[in-house]
Design a protein around this ligand. Structure first.
Ligand code: ARG
Length: 402
C-alpha cells in the first residue's frame, strides 16, 4: 500500500510515538498527528504537540472535544441508561466514534489519504475506529501498524532508543483508557480472574475502605433526561460530569468490575472507574421510573440493552442506533426533576426524588382513610385479571394435562 499523507491518532505515549517515526520511515509518508482531549486527567496537550513536531510530524493538531463528547455522545448514553453487560457505562466505546469523526474531518481538511491508529488486533477499539471511519468516508485508507506488525513492547523500546524517541515514564502494569465518562483498566494481573484485582488497578477512585466515614449527599436536577444542575449549581454537561467525578471518586463510588464479552470473541476481565456515570445513570433511571408508565418502564430496558450492545460493538452509525436514539429522546422529554444521592464508602444510593411529571399521586397512594383510591374496585379487577390463569389451572387439573 502507498500513502501520501497520513493522519495519526496520537496520544503522546510510546506506542503512537514509535508509529509516528515508523510510518514516515516505511512509507515515506507525510504525517499529521491528531490528539483529542476527551477529559483524560493525565493528558498534556502541549507536550503531545511538541513531541509530535519533534518526531517529524508536518503538523500536530490538538482538539478539545469535551463539550461535543458530553452533549453528542455521553448525553445519548445517559438517555439510554447505557450499561454494557449491565455494568460498563461504555466510556471508551463512546469516545471512539468521536475520535474517528474528528480524524476524518482532519484528513479531508488536510488532503490526507489515510488514517493510522495504535489499536491492537485483539481489542474493540480497532473495530470502533475503523467502522467509524468507513461510515463517514469510505475512501480513506486505514493503517493499523500495531496490529499488522505485531510489535512487542521490547521491540518498541529498542526502536525508540535507536531513533531517539523519548521513552515516557509510563506505568505499564496495565492497559488503560480514560475520558470524562470513566477509566478502563485491563491486562497484567487482571488477566487472571481467579485473583482479586489489586489496589493499584484503581487510580481514579479512592478505595471504598479508605473513603471518609461521613456520607455526602448530592442533588442532581434533570431536564429532558439530562442533568443540568449539581447541588443547585447550573453547569454545562461536561463541567457537571467533571465535578461529580471528583466528588463521587472521593467516596469510593464508581468502581465496576466484570467479565466482558468483546466483539472479537474474547472474554476479558475488566475494571472500570466511572464515578459520575454511576451516579448519573442511577439517578436518571430512578427518575425515569417515577415519570413513566409501567409499560414504558418494562419496554425501555430491552431497547437500552440493544443500544448498549450496538455502541459497544462499534456500530454508532448504524441506522438502528439512530432510530433507538429517537425513541430515547421521546421517552426522555418528561424526565424532569430532582434526585438526591447518598455517597458513602463505595455506595451510591438514590434517597429522594421529586418531579412535576411524577405519575404518583399521594391522594391515591396514601394508606390514610382519606385516600381517593377505591379499594372496592379491586375486587372486580382481581376476578378479571386472574381469569385466564384460573381457567388454565382448572383445565389442567380436570384433564390431567402435564
Ligand atoms: N473493554 C473496554 C471497551 O472495550 C475498554 C477498552 C480499553 N481500551 C484500551 N485501549 N485500554 O470499551
Amino acid at each position: 500500500m502507498n500513502f501520501k499523507k497520513v493522519v495519526l491518532l496520537y496520544s503522546g505515549g510510546l506506542d503512537t510515538s514509535v508509529l509516528l517515526k515508523m510510518i514516515q520511515e516505511k512509507y515515506g509518508a507525510k504525517l499529521i498527528t491528531l490528539t483529542v482531549d476527551l477529559g483524560q486527567s493525565d493528558l498534556d496537550l502541549n507536550a503531545a504537540k511538541e513531541k509530535a513536531l519533534k518526531l517529524g510530524a508536518e503538523k500536530a493538531f490538538v482538539i478539545d472535544a469535551k463539550k461535543e463528547f458530553a452533549y453528542d455522545y455521553i448525553a445519548k448514553a445517559i438517555k439510554a441508561n447505557a450499561l454494557y453487560g449491565g455494568v460498563y457505562p461504555l466510556s471508551t466505546a463512546l469516545g471512539r466514534p468521536l475520535i474517528a469523526k474528528l480524524a476524518v474531518q482532519l484528513a479531508e481538511q488536510e488532503g490526507a489519504d489515510a488514517i493510522a491508529h495504535g489499536c491492537t488486533g485483539k481489542g474493540n477499539d480497532q473495530v470502533r475506529v475503523e467502522v467509524g471511519i468507513a461510515c463517514l468516508n469510505s475512501k480513506l485508507k486505514v493503517l493499523a501498524p500495531i496490529r499488522n506488525w505485531n510489535l512487542s513492547r521490547d521491540e518498541e523500546i529498542d526502536y525508540a532508543k535507536a531513533h531517539s524517541i523519548p521513552i515516557p515514564n509510563e506505568n505499564k502494569t496495565y492497559s488503560t483508557d480514560e475520558n470524562l465518562w470513566g477509566k478502563s483498566t485491563e491486562c497484567g494481573i487482571l488477566e487472571k480472574p481467579e485473583q482479586e484485582a489489586p489496589a493499584d488497578a484503581f487510580r481514579l477512585v479512592t478505595l471504598p475502605e479508605k473513603a471518609p466515614d461521613k456520607a455526602e449527599f448530592v442533588e442532581l436536577e434533570f431536564e429532558k433526561g439530562l442533568p443540568i444542575k449539581l447541588n443547585s449549581e447550573k453547569l454545562e454537561l461536561h463541567a457537571l460530569i467533571a465535578k461529580l467525578n471528583s466528588i463521587a471518586a472521593a467516596h469510593g463510588v464508581g468502581i465496576m468490575e466484570h467479565m466482558e464479552d468483546r466483539i472479537v470473541g474474547l472474554k476479558t476481565r475488566e475494571v472500570y472507574e466511572c464515578p459520575a456515570a454511576e451516579c448519573i445513570i442511577k439517578a436518571h433511571k430512578e427518575l425515569e421510573k417515577y415519570v413513566s408508565t409501567i409499560h414504558e418502564n418494562q419496554f425501555k430496558p430491552i431497547l437500552e440493552s440493544k443500544w448498549s450492545y450496538l455502541v459497544y460493538a462499534g456500530l454508532w452509525h448504524d441506522p438502528l442506533v439512530n432510530a433507538l436514539n429517537a425513541y430515547m429522546d421521546e421517552a426522555n422529554k418528561k424526565v424532569k426533576g430532582k434526585v438526591k444521592l447518598k455517597l458513602y464508602k463505595g455506595s451510591c444510593k438514590v434517597v429522594s426524588l421529586s418531579s412535576p411529571n411524577a405519575l404518583y399521586d399521594l391522594n391515591l397512594a396514601t394508606y390514610d382513610k382519606a385516600s381517593l383510591f377505591d379499594q372496592k374496585a379491586s375486587e372486580g379487577f382481581i376476578q378479571l385479571w386472574g381469569l385466564q390463569s384460573k381457567l388454565a389451572n382448572e383445565i389442567t387439573n380436570a384433564n390431567e394435562v402435564g
